[in-house]
Design a protein around this ligand. Structure first.
Ligand code: PHE
Length: 338
């Protein structure tokens, strides 16, 4: 075979590979060219009969052919195999895949509802950070320097001046530092205390703070009527409020606020321990010392503040027996609130 004939065979073999329709045809070509009795091995054997002067060129062409043929064969074989893969059957009559629909978390729902109710009374929503200063969370709220709530066993401290807020009350301070009176805000937010978790306690919980300060008289009666309106709107008709004397460093006088037991409507039952009342909030008239810390003139402003536990409201409203259900993210629990 001449070198020219060799080159023609080379080109013909590549053409044959390109034109092969399936794996069987490709395999037949492999046998024809590379098999034990194939053309290329036969030509290699014939090398000894080639005149010595032509041998290098002949050998080089033979090697190049073999390499090009093997590569073309491998590529075509891979392509033929891919084309032969069965197409996944698609059954248009099968029902679609069911996906759970997300619903607002009960705590989020209570926050939304509180915002709506207080909005109708002229309150706007204020905000503040979870990481607070000692000044905003304690000092400006007139908390005595060694008050037990400041203890490391009750509060998560980062350093002597920085902590995770233990209440939403520091938002009162932020609001008054930034705005002249009148201010009328609520603030729902996360709070942190070193509490051991049980059915009614969590180290991370939510409060909603309320603050109304004005330059015209605001009284304890205004506070009571506001909370009474809130109680009815949130818990339904027939729910009343009562005030019990209490103490908070930042209000004077201070009260604890009870709502009529929603289960027995005040008759007395297991849920309210036969008292007919359920404790919901802390509140009071803003203490003059607080006004001094924020630069308000205590003789010229009047105001009240309140703070309520949001989980408590959610638990009462939705009959949730254990606060931990609110944080376990169990779809079987959360799915009930659609
Ligand atoms: N911050 C108080 C608490 O966490 C609640 C409160 C808020 C009391 C506002 C009075 C006024 O217990």
């Amino acid at each position: 075979m001449t070198l020219q004939e060799l080159q023609q065979e080379h080109a013909a073999s590549l053409q044959a590979v390109a034109g092969a329709g399936d794996a069987a045809a490709l395999d037949a070509l492999r046998v024809k060219y590379l098999g034990r009795n194939g053309l290329i091995p036969a030509l290699v054997k014939q090398m000894k009969d080639v005149p010595p002067a032509d041998r290098p060129a002949f050998g080089k062409e033979l090697g190049a052919w073999r390499a090009a043929f093997e590569q073309a064969l491998a590529e075509r074989t891979a392509a033929a195999q891919a084309a032969a893969e069965p197409v996944a059957a698609f059954d248009v009559t099968l029902p679609g895949r069911w996906r759970a629909e997300g619903v607002p978390h009960p705590v989020s729902r209570v926050i939304e509802e509180c915002a709506e109710i207080f909005h109708r009374l002229g309150f706007t929503v204020a905000d503040g950070p979870d990481i607070e200063t000692k000044f905003n969370n304690f000092t400006a709220l007139n908390t005595a320097p060694h008050h037990p709530s400041m203890d490391a066993s009750d509060t998560f401290w980062f350093d002597p001046e920085t902590l995770l807020r233990t209440q939403t009350s520091p938002v009162q301070i932020r609001t008054m530092l930034e705005n002249p009176p009148p201010v009328r805000i609520i603030n729902p937010g996360r709070c942190y205390r070193r509490d051991t978790t049980d059915a009614t306690h969590s180290a991370n919980f939510h409060q909603i703070e309320g603050l109304y300060v004005d330059t015209k008289p605001v009284s304890l009666a205004d506070l009571k009527s506001t909370l009474a309106y809130f109680a009815r709107e949130m818990m339904g008709p027939g729910i009343g409020v009562r005030f019990r004397p209490h103490f908070f460093p930042f209000t004077e006088p201070s009260v604890e606020v009870d709502f009529t037991c929603h289960v027995c409507k005040g008759k007395g039952c297991r849920v309210c321990k036969n008292s007919g009342w359920i404790e919901i909030a802390g509140a009071g008239m803003v203490d003059p010392r607080v006004y001094e810390h924020v630069g308000y003139d205590p003789d010229k402003v009047y105001g009240y503040a309140f703070g309520m536990g949001l989980e408590r409201i959610a638990m009462i409203k939705y009959g949730i027996p254990d606060i931990r259900f609110l944080y376990e993210n169990d779809i079987r629990f959360l799915g009930q609130f659609r």
